[in-house]
Ligand binder design. Structure first.
Ligand code: PLP
Length: 354
């Protein structure tokens, strides 16, 4: 039997997935054949999903959170855009909707724009972060959603969420925060990123990334259940009467594993993981700087550095699973499976290649 084990992750440095917590793995196995998309039939996993949302809400500073466990950050982001589009259409008659996001927003927003027929306006950054003044220039009376990222995919930067939320509010648009990757690290930092810090409407926060759940387990949170109404579709042949999710049949394994991982790790286990990851990021950044490479200082546990493309290729030939930013920098994500030993071994290979 083939099963993913630590060996498979021994050289994985650029992924945002990781080895699931043992409890998450066991829970996933128990709920493998269940479908939270049919809560009338699969009541236990439906109850677990409610628990998952409650805990995700707690992590994101939101009591009485609404939402659901999605297939990942992509689905959660698409759904956030869909909520904003439908709400503005039904309430205000907006016919030519646009979404304003920073250039650093994940490419899932490009998919959302394509699927939903909205215009995505990407505003330029300042020092790798969203620039609220630049974003303001892109907003008009057809803007339905303003997006901030709390933990960007390429550089791990946190946008000025309170400013972005204020912009959205001033223009009567919704505010969505994409904390797909950052959401399980940010509670242990002093960044203003969550529902307590700003008037946020929806958030993406994925258990299958830093949350150490199995894939697929993404998270969509909404400040209130009314915000999910614009997603509701009648479900005539099911016991339940409506569905707000994008997919129909969904993974009960993802849901159960998210609950198990969060039960096991929130908050102390995640705090320890976040601290270790940040220490590793800073240690690795220093080691690269000492070798003469330019490094983007790691604000969260993600290091980008300007290693030449030919060297990156040689590292890949040595089975290091590394990828590049859009600008071509090597990008290392300090996921829980990335240990100091792995980083030392990587640097040894890098030294030999240079
Ligand atoms: N948002 C951010 C910030 C991400 O980093 C990613 C993936 O890396 C996503 C969304 C998309 O998540 P997924 O790949 O789970 O769909």
């Amino acid at each position: 039997m083939q099963r993913a084990d630590p060996q498979d992750f021994a050289r994985v440095l650029s992924s945002m997935c990781t080895i699931p917590h043992p409890e998450a793995r066991a829970a996933a196995q128990r709920f493998l054949a269940t479908n939270p998309g049919d809560p009338g039939t699969y009541e236990t996993v439906a109850a677990l999903e409610a628990e998952a949302i409650e805990t995700l809400g707690r992590i994101a500073g939101l009591s009485d959170a609404a939402g659901y466990v999605a297939s990942g950050g992509t689905e959660a982001n698409i759904q956030a855009v869909r909520i904003a589009r439908n709400r503005a259409r039904d309430r205000d008659g907006v016919t030519d909707p646009n979404v304003v996001a920073p250039e650093s927003a994940h490419f899932s927003f490009t998919k959302a724009a394509d699927v939903l027929g909205i215009e995505l306006r990407r505003a330029p950054l300042r020092d790798y972060r969203a620039d609220a003044d630049a974003m303001a220039e892109f907003i008009d009376d057809q803007t339905v959603l303003v997006v901030g990222v709390a933990g960007t995919t390429e550089y791990g930067r946190v946008d000025p969420i309170p400013e972005i939320a204020a912009l959205a509010e001033a223009h009567d648009a919704l505010c969505h925060v994409d904390a797909a990757w950052g959401g399980f690290v940010l509670p242990f930092t002093d960044h203003d990123w969550n529902f307590e810090h700003a008037s946020i409407d929806t958030m993406t926060i994925d258990p299958h990334k830093m949350g150490q759940a199995v894939v697929p387990a993404g998270g969509l949170l909404a400040r209130s259940s009314e915000l999910l109404d614009p997603l509701a579709i009648d479900t005539p042949y099911l016991e339940s009467t409506g569905q707000v999710t994008l997919t129909g049949t969904r993974s009960g394994a993802g849901v159960a594993s998210a609950v198990a991982a969060m039960e096991a790790l929130w908050p102390d286990g995640y705090r320890t993981a976040a601290r270790t990851a940040q220490e590793n990021a800073e240690w690795f950044a220093t080691a690269l700087t000492e070798r003469g490479y330019d490094v983007v200082p790691p604000e969260l546990p993600l290091v980008a550095t300007d290693i030449p493309q030919s060297t990156i290729k040689k590292l890949r030939d040595r089975e290091w699973r590394v990828s590049k930013t859009g600008a071509g920098e090597l990008r290392v994500v300090m996921m829980p499976h990335v240990t100091r030993e792995m980083l030392r071994s990587f640097l040894d290979d890098l030294d030999r290649l240079d």
